[in-house]
Design a protein around this ligand. Structure first.
Ligand code: NAD
Length: 459
């Protein structure tokens, strides 16, 4: 089956590769070089046993894909989700390579998964799963500060990253940089402030940059700026929550929220902090004063300006794209819009801020965490904060006479997202490309190709 046909069937890898091929056609790179940039270099498929609390044994399936070694280490999250296949992991690893190129993070792309529903495992079982999976990665040289550095993705978080770091440290004694083997760690394990919020905050910056361009807003009938914009977020996990908080703080109105249990709508807007607190005790649909929809997909049809799909891939497809009423879609999730849906949105002049840019805040701050770990010092403790004119870091506000590390991270994230948007939009305008996704792919392909051109092929 050709790639376009597979994409129509909602195959994630085929969708990513179709977007890649369309963008590649707008470049002048040699076909061999384009294949080198496009194809995933390594996919490890792993099976390993884990003891359950009741004494039984299950054999689990896991993956690690390393898409590109043009820069090292490779970098990408670990997802815990049932039914994930190697094509999904290859697609996610491909996006990681391109994402890193766009935000100038000097890593190749990677992604990993364990095929479990984490809700069906106890904490002790999840710890055994995570430690055994890490051991399998070490065995295959698929993890290490200079080799491949995982991070959280759907179904994992700081807790799992702490177990990974501890397992690596135990198995690789003498590695001074052991803690740089994974990012997204808790602060007390030399994580970095602002990592957990980074992807969602990055989505907020992407929207701020986009809505700041007067002529682009005029073209879609919106006013300039974030304040007053009506926003619906699909998924209410790590990415969606932090995007919603940052947008609310900037004056946007969060009119819709969905999760697995359904969707809620309130014309007057939700306080995402209150909704999250409520959801921890109860379910989303019992939130007071909200209009309630049992079908989570109802959110797509909510009356809003900005839609943030931040659950899983393939959420907006040919079968439901016509329901979308937003004028801007900011892809918090990876691959939430299929190629067919993308075409339909472009025909309706709806702006899509593509995943490889919109959710790159996570890997950006992961890069800062990795730098902090290999430097063995926090940002601001020495060196960077003296206001030296050559310092690449903005001078952050001070607390008790000391700069706060969180301020460095937030400023540098905002700066990274702003520069990346300016570059994508410049390519979009200069090459008269059909949409920002194509522009982002072209930009990333150019950057990775240049490195391959310069370094040549060994032997
Ligand atoms: P998460 O597990 O914290 O949250 C996922 C949310 O999606 C959950 O709240 C779940 O209830 C919801 N959900 C599942 N099915 C749904 C449905 N049908 N309708 C509505 N909601 C549904 O995951 P996350 O870390 O927020 O990641 C979400 C997406 O963002 C993934 O595509 C991931 O690859 C991408 N992403 C995450 C990061 C990160 O740093 N965590 C970085 C870049 C991209």
């Amino acid at each position: 089956m050709d790639v376009e046909r597979q994409a129509e069937n909602n195959d994630f890898l085929a969708n990513v590769q179709t977007a890649f091929d369309r963008a590649a056609a707008q470049t002048s790179h040699d076909p061999g070089r384009l294949a080198q940039v496009r194809d995933c270099n390594t996919v490890c498929s792993i099976r390993f046993p884990v003891n359950r609390d009741d004494g039984s044994t299950v054999v689990l399936k896991g993956y690690r894909a390393q898409h590109s070694y043009h820069r090292l280490p490779t970098k990408g999250g670990i997802r815990y989700a049932p039914g994930v296949g190697h094509r999904t992991i290859e697609a996610l690893a491909t996006l990681m390579t391109l994402k890193c190129a766009i935000v100038k993070v000097p890593f190749g792309g990677a992604k990993g998964a364990v095929c479990i529903d984490p809700d069906e495992f106890s904490e002790a079982e999840l710890e055994r799963v995570t430690r055994r999976y890490t051991t399998e990665l070490i065995r295959r040289n698929c993890i290490g500060p200079a080799v491949d550095v995982p991070a959280p993705d759907a179904g994992t978080g700081a807790r799992e990253m702490a177990w990974i770091a501890d397992t690596y440290k135990a198995m690789c004694p003498g590695d001074l940089n052991a803690l740089a083997c994974v990012t997204g760690k808790p602060l007390a394990m030399h994580g970095i402030p602002g990592r957990q919020e980074a992807t969602g905050r990055g989505v907020f910056h992407a929207i701020s940059e986009c809505t700041a361009v007067e002529e682009d807003m005029q073209a879609i009938g919106l006013s300039r700026g974030v304040a007053g914009k009506r926003v619906a977020v699909q998924g209410f996990g790590n990415v969606a929550y932090h995007a919603a908080v940052a947008l609310r703080d900037a004056g946007a109105i969060i009119v819709g929220i969905s999760a697995r249990d359904g969707a809620i709508f309130d014309d007057a807007g939700f306080d995402p902090v209150a909704v999250r607190a409520h959801r921890m005790e109860s379910n989303l649909l019992s939130y007071p004063r909200a209009q309630v929809f049992e079908d989570p997909d109802a959110l797509l049809g909510f009356d809003c300006d900005i839609l943030i799909p931040s659950a899983l891939e393939g959420a907006i497809h040919a079968g439901n794209v016509d329901q979308v009423r937003a004028r801007i879609i900011a892809e918090g999730a990876n691959g939430p819009t299929t190629v067919a849906a993308d075409d339909a949105l472009a025909a309706r002049n709806i702006i899509v801020l593509p995943d490889l840019y919109a959710n790159a805040g996570g890997v950006t701050v992961s890069y800062f965490e990795w730098l902090k770990n290999i430097q063995h010092v926090s940002f601001g403790r020495i060196g960077f904060h003296n206001g030296h004119p050559d310092s690449p870091w903005p001078t952050p506000p001070r607390e008790n006479g000391h700069p706060r590390e969180l301020e460095y991270v937030r400023d540098a994230l905002g700066d990274t997202m702003a520069r990346a948007y300016a570059e994508i939009r410049e390519v979009y305008a200069r090459k008269s490309l059909p949409d920002l996704r194509t522009a982002a792919f072209v930009l990333a392909i150019d950057k990775v190709s240049e490195i391959y051109d310069l370094q040549g092929i060994f032997p």
